[in-house]
Design a protein around this ligand. Structure first.
Ligand code: SAH
Length: 394
């Protein structure tokens, strides 16, 4: 499918998080992700200890990826907003969160209101691959334990690159599998986990790194946190007080909400086995959207201006008066139909990810008036970079 969106899976994921919202909230509070512990640290089983560990995972991911305070963040798969409230609260970030579950989005907005950060953290029911945000809208794209639910991972990385400004940061933490071949028993374990947790498949950490590079990211690095998070599935620990009575309560829940709800309970022992045997892994990944290099931009200025020269029907002397700092609107008085023709010519020459008209539409009026030929060259260089630059070329 061209969009990479799997409607059937999305419906199942939405349903899963709709019907388990209160169960997760009882167990983990506002965080719907693993906890993080030091090697050898024995987890305390009460709610406060669990909460400290899940809070810590958020801070570890901030630290590993270098999310800057005050940055503009897209939280892909935001759950009920736990991580986003940390980013918007303590760190003063502006966060847009998206989740497939309308109930999660509503709960997250309630929590933002209660925490007094509703002006900086907003949550929506949207698909990660169709958020509708313009190019370069964010400093950080943050995906904490959501990527496992997205089958088209190349599309996810391409979309993250599009949404980040040049120099922006991708921050991912994800469930994963051991790299390389698995045997039949291992594959069977993985199959059961995927089924209960509504996930299409797992990638290894190494595969995630390759996908990030292939999409055009640079400064790609991953860290294996399997040992730090595995305690989350400790049986004495991953229990909900209300459900300690056991099977009868589970049966009743399944009657009320449908059998999918049981995935919440089945995950525990399977994930524990997965971590114990090393089949299931867990890690974080950071990557940077590269800045176009100055030399690259400089080399594009003249050929790009030449395309416009042809459109406006000027001669070579005109071209000699055009430099990097020449303003398209102010100095060249380019009309919108000329801009549209230029956009097409740029696309023909530099590839179909280039749409100058669409780009200009995302700018505010002051930036449109100030737009220079070098800005256009920078835009072309950035859009080309996403598909054509070799891995880690910067
Ligand atoms: N990041 C949150 C929640 C993790 S649970 C936390 O750490 O607390 C996984 C989340 O990913 C859910 O909110 C689910 O709705 C979301 N998700 C899964 N696939 C998605 C998709 N295609 N688009 C948007 N959100 C998605």
């Amino acid at each position: 499918m061209e969009t990479g969106i799997d409607a059937g899976l999305n419906t199942a994921v939405e349903r899963y998080y709709d019907i388990t919202l209160d169960l997760y909230e009882d167990l983990w509070g506002e965080h719907v992700h693993h906890g993080f512990w030091d090697p050898g640290e024995v987890p305390g089983a009460n709610g406060a200890d669990r909460h400290a560990a899940t809070d810590r995972l958020v801070r570890e991911l901030v630290g590993f990826t270098g999310v800057p305070a005050g940055s503009k963040v897209l939280d892909v798969g935001c759950g009920i907003g736990g991580p986003a409230l940390h980013l918007a609260g303590a760190m003063g970030c502006r966060v847009e969160g998206v989740t497939l579950s309308a109930r999660q989005a509503a709960r997250a907005n309630e929590k933002a209101q209660a925490a007094g950060v509703a002006d900086r953290a907003r949550f929506h029911r949207r698909d990660a691959l169709a958020t509708g945000y313009p190019d370069e809208a964010f400093d950080v794209v943050w995906a904490l334990e959501s990527l496992m639910h997205i089958p088209d991972r190349p599309a996810f990385f391409a979309e993250a690159l599009r949404l980040l400004r040049p120099g922006g940061t991708l921050a991912v933490a994800t469930w994963s599998v051991r790299d390389g071949e698995l045997d039949e028993a291992e594959r069977d374990l993985v199959r059961q986990i995927l089924q209960h947790q509504v996930m299409p498949d797992f990638s290894s950490l190494e595969e995630h790194e390759s996908l990030a590079r292939a999409a055009g990211f640079t400064e790609v690095a991953a860290v294996d946190w399997s040992a730090a998070v595995a305690n989350s599935w400790d049986p004495s620990f991953a229990q909900i007080k209300r459900f300690e009575q056991g099977r009868s309560v589970m049966r009743q829940l399944a009657r009320e909400r449908g059998v999918d709800v049981l995935g919440f309970f089945h995950a525990g022992p399977l994930m524990k086995k997965g971590f114990d045997t090393g089949v299931i892994t867990y890690g974080a990944l950071r990557a940077t959207r590269p800045q176009p290099r100055d030399t690259e931009v400089a080399a594009l200025v003249r050929p790009i201006a030449d395309l416009l020269r042809e459109i406006v029907g000027e001669d070579d002397a005109w071209l000699d008066r055009v430099g990097p700092g020449t303003r398209v609107d102010g100095d060249l008085l380019a009309e919108s139909h000329e801009l549209a023709a230029w956009s097409l010519a740029l696309r023909e020459r530099y590839g179909d990810r280039i749409d100058l008209v669409e780009y200009v539409a995302t700018l505010d009026i002051d930036r449109i008036i100030a737009l220079t030929v070098a800005d256009v060259a920078g835009y072309v260089a950035t859009r080309q970079g996403g598909t054509q630059r070799p891995a880690d070329g910067g």
